[in-house]
Design a protein around this ligand. Structure first.
Ligand code: IMP
Ligand code: MG
Length: 186
């Protein structure tokens, strides 16, 4: 009985992975290129990569290893929404950085920009702390969903208005461990 339940759960899990949008290989190539570009433009300067948890943890770990120059990492947690697949429109910082950023060139590493609310709030907040410079790199961008005026300095993939999962992105905390980006569907 327990086994049947487990099999059904697994089937339900897989049935929601509608189709792969971006493969592991495509992600690897794009991350490698982005890391090299950061290395080329910041060489010799103090870099602090700031990742917004939880969604960006996989991108952060691959990107930092693709940067061939010294850099530090920092984490903060900004919750915007998604208990399921819809936005509540409320951005809350639930964990802040533990370092002073005024001596760093800060690069915010984000998983996806959707309405733009989360990053706009985070960027406004970090600017007040006077970093040497502040840039934003995002793995994915859904420009058609934007509700506030916000543009990343670097975006690896622009995608249409699909709810996506994998490579750190979740639906109700599941699917973050998929190695590719997929469209989620009922
Ligand atoms: P924004 O404030 O609307 O730009 O929301 C950005 C945050 O919402 C991202 O950092 C993600 O954590 C989450 N999010 C937005 N779109 C998706 C999606 O398609 N799949 C999973 N999470 C998403
Ligand atoms: Mg996020």
């Amino acid at each position: 009985m327990e086994n049947l339940q487990a099999v059904q759960n697994l089937e339900a899990f897989h049935s929601k992975i509608k189709r792969v949008l971006i493969t592991e290989e495509e992600i690897r190539e794009a991350v490698k290129k982005a890391g090299k570009e950061i290395g080329d433009s910041y060489d010799g300067r103090p870099i602090l990569l700031v990742s917004i948890l939880k969604g960006a943890f996989v991108f952060m770990s691959d990107l930092c290893r693709a940067i061939p120059v010294p850099c530090e990492v920092g984490f903060m947690c900004a919750k915007s929404y998604y208990s399921g697949t819809t936005s509540s429109g409320v951005v809350k910082i639930t964990m802040d950085l533990d370092q002073d950023i005024s001596n760093y060139h800060v690069i915010i590493v984000e998983d996806i920009i959707d309405t733009g609310r989360t990053l706009k709030d985070v960027v406004d907040m970090l600017k007040l702390r006077n970093p040497l410079s502040l840039k934003v790199i995002t793995l994915l961008d859904k420009p058609s969903r934007r509700l506030v005026d916000f543009k990343a300095d670097v975006s690896l993939f622009t995608i249409p208005d699909h709810f996506v999962i994998g490579y750190g992105l979740d639906c109700a905390e599941m699917y973050r461990n998929l190695p590719y980006i997929a469209e989620y569907g009922e």
